[in-house]
Design a binder for this molecule. Structure first.
Ligand code: WTA
Length: 647
């Protein structure tokens, strides 16, 4: 799949149609197509009905107040997210139901019932209150996928302290930037985490991130791998051990009464500038949006075991491991480690062991499973599965068919869900008991969601930009500390429409095919990386004069980072320097941003007006015949680059 345009062509020629299986339809949470008509006839009424499944301490008096582009949902309602995700289930048969089934990479397991979760969350909420964390204070969480991560975020929600979770794969520098931007006073981390048998040195990174001038007053450390093993150093007066603090803490903690529009969390995501954006999500709308989509799209039933394989450091983990599922009283599985550790059937072993019914993963993972071979899933009993989902990038039809056949046993509907950190909730997806699907399309908007494909002028079109036409409950409310950036990034390209940054097409059946980003955001293994962030990391190295970064089509990752670098005088583009630059990016941002390829060039190909020709760089990186080069200022630059790729 070297040639991206060919892959896209193949995607659009895909016309196999899969109708929901009859027995699935019969039991589905949504099996009457009237849900779409009703929602479009009365969108706010639809969302008001969804809000009935959420407990408000004080009722809201208006569904939506829209002062474009600023939205308030469930206006003046008072509620608490942790109360909705835990306390209210204790009054029902769910009290002793497994809320979280957790498995560590080494094979250790913990099951937290709703009652257990209540106790742990309250205890940690009291710990934070004792440390002086008040409603509105930001708390940064830098943890591996361990139960304490879920407990910490719910405890934050309980006391009204917005969390900012930083994925454990991010570097010390990235962590520092995010802490500083949010001005967090508390950092929660672990001595380390397990990844493919080795220890990720989280505490070491955390120490660097808060060294010197930092808003962080205390660091709470979970002992995950053992302090000795991780070489973690505890700083007297600043660092405190989780289990020590928990020992003395009371398990009664009244939840804060939060306004619907109080901030629930900040999550940083890459944009088109060098500085990641703090996407702000609030309380009422976010919970209504995630809980309702989770219930309908994943067809959740009381006894289901549901597993989303994302990391909670990304939005998918926030919305569909924790908040949506727990608000619905589900049993949600959390797994700490790699999919191929110790063997390539680890995921299928987990499905078999816990009898997972609903499984949600990313196309990049499916492509890896395909490469590893069918013997791995075939050696496990996957008959408990009844529904599959994907998220993060367009799924290529081959991967869809493989997933359908070898994981779903040709009986499970697949929901291809399109959404973003900013949308908070799934926006485009089949409803598994209603929607006919075709491999590669996320199909149609969720009821109550209005999207369109528009041309440059903002007119509805069959190909162009994906936009959202009206506000939705879990939408981002702003960019933390930067409402102007919120307006200019999302709401200025087309008047009154939310601009997604994605290109899309619509077919004759009305299905929407999301084609990928049209801005300078890469999608590497389903993770967003801004080209500017990588460029800034490169020019931060003493040898680099200028850098241009592009996404190169990659068989497994979807896209891989490729960098074009011009060096300062006196430096030579050796293999050693190449390795050093790759390591430098990993150190500055995190391993996910490490360039796969670096091309050295005396100059970068630019137009006569000085714009770097990224399309050309993409052609070079992918070894393609070059298109139009007539606008190039100096054609010889390209010849030299091309010859490098042949080497
Ligand atoms: C891409 C992840 C096609 C898209 C939830 C979007 C998808 C970006 C799909 C958001 C899908 C996500 N089909 N593309 N089903 N799901 N994307 O913020 O480019 O990490 O803009 O949120 O992923 O990535 P983010």
């Amino acid at each position: 799949m070297k040639d991206k345009s060919k892959a896209l062509e193949a995607l659009l020629q895909e016309n196999r149609v899969f109708a929901p299986p009859q027995d699935f339809v019969a039991q589905a949470n949504a099996n009457d197509a009237a849900i779409y008509d009703q929602a479009s006839a009365d969108r706010l009424g639809f969302w008001a009905r969804q809000a009935e499944s959420i407990d408000f301490f004080e009722p809201y008096n208006e569904v939506l107040e829209w002062d474009a582009p600023f939205a308030k949902w469930f206006v003046n309602g008072k509620l608490n997210v942790a109360y909705n995700c835990i306390d209210r289930h204790l009054k029902t048969d769910r009290r002793n139901k497994a809320a979280i089934i957790w498995e560590g990479e080494p094979g250790d397991t913990v099951t937290l019932t709703y009652q257990d979760l209540y106790r742990e969350v309250n205890k940690f909420a009291n710990v934070m209150r004792k440390l002086g964390v008040k409603k509105g204070d930001r708390v940064t969480i830098y943890l591996p996928m361990i139960p304490e991560l879920a407990i910490a975020m719910l405890a934050c929600a309980r006391i009204g302290a917005p969390h900012s979770i930083v994925f454990g794969g991010f570097s010390a520098d990235s962590l520092r930037d995010r802490i500083d931007d949010a001005q967090s006073t508390l950092l929660i981390t672990a001595d380390g985490g397990w990844r493919r048998g080795s220890v990720v040195p989280l505490k070491g990174n955390a120490d660097q991130a808060v060294e010197g001038d930092s808003p962080v007053k205390n660091v709470v450390v979970v002992e995950r791998v053992g302090l000795a093993k991780s070489n973690a150093n505890m700083v007297e007066g600043r660092d405190l051990l989780w289990h020590e603090l928990m020992k003395e803490s009371s398990h009664i903690c009244e939840p804060e009464s939060m306004d619907s529009e109080d901030m629930l969390f900040i999550l940083y995501t890459s944009g088109t500038t060098g500085k990641p954006k703090g996407v702000v999500h609030t309380t009422g709308g976010y919970l209504v949006g995630t809980a309702s989509t989770h219930r309908y799209i994943f067809d959740l039933k009381e006894n289901d075991v549901y597993w989303c394989t994302a990391d909670i450091g990304w939005i998918t983990g926030h919305s569909y491991i924790i908040y949506g599922p727990l608000a619905n009283g589900a049993t949600t599985v959390m797994y700490e480690g790699g999919p191929d550790y110790p063997n390539k059937d680890r995921f299928w072993e987990i499905v078999e062991k816990y009898g997972v019914n609903i499984f949600y993963t990313a196309p990049t993972a499916i492509r890896a499973f395909m490469k590893w071979g069918t013997q791995w899933p075939e050696s496990r009993d996957l008959s408990s599965l009844r529904l599959l989902g994907t998220v993060g990038e367009p799924i290529n039809p081959e991967a869809w068919m493989w997933y359908h056949k070898f994981i779903g046993g040709e009986r499970c509907p697949i929901v291809d869900t399109w959404w973003q950190t900013e949308t908070g909730q799934i926006m485009i997806s089949p409803l598994p008991g209603l929607t006919k699907t075709t491999p590669g399309t996320a199909t149609v908007p969720f009821p109550g969601i209005e999207v369109d494909v528009v041309d440059e002028q903002g007119n509805s079109s069959d190909a162009g930009y994906l936009i959202v036409k009206s506000p939705w409950p879990a939408m981002l409310r702003t960019v933390y500390g930067d409402p102007e950036r919120y307006k200019s990034t999302y709401w200025s390209r087309f008047d009154d429409y939310y601009f997604t940054g994605d290109g899309a097409k619509r077919d004759e059946l009305g299905n929407i095919w999301v084609m990928g980003r049209v801005d300078d955001v890469l999608n590497v293994s389903g993770h967003r990386i801004g080209t500017m962030e990588v460029e800034s990391a490169l020019v931060d190295h003493q040898s680099v004069a200028e850098a241009a970064v592009i996404g190169k089509t990659h068989e497994l990752k979807g896209q891989a980072v490729a960098a074009f670098v011009t060096l300062k005088d006196g430096f030579e583009g050796t293999d050693d320097l190449m390795a050093e630059l790759k390591a430098h990016v990993a150190k500055k941002i995190g391993a996910i941003a490490r360039p796969e390829d670096i091309f050295f060039s005396a100059e970068l190909p630019k137009t006569r007006s000085g714009k770097i020709m990224r399309r050309l760089l993409r052609d070079i990186a992918e070894g393609r015949k070059l298109g139009d080069t007539t606008t190039l200022a100096d054609p010889s630059v390209v010849q030299k680059l091309m010859s490098q790729n042949d080497e």
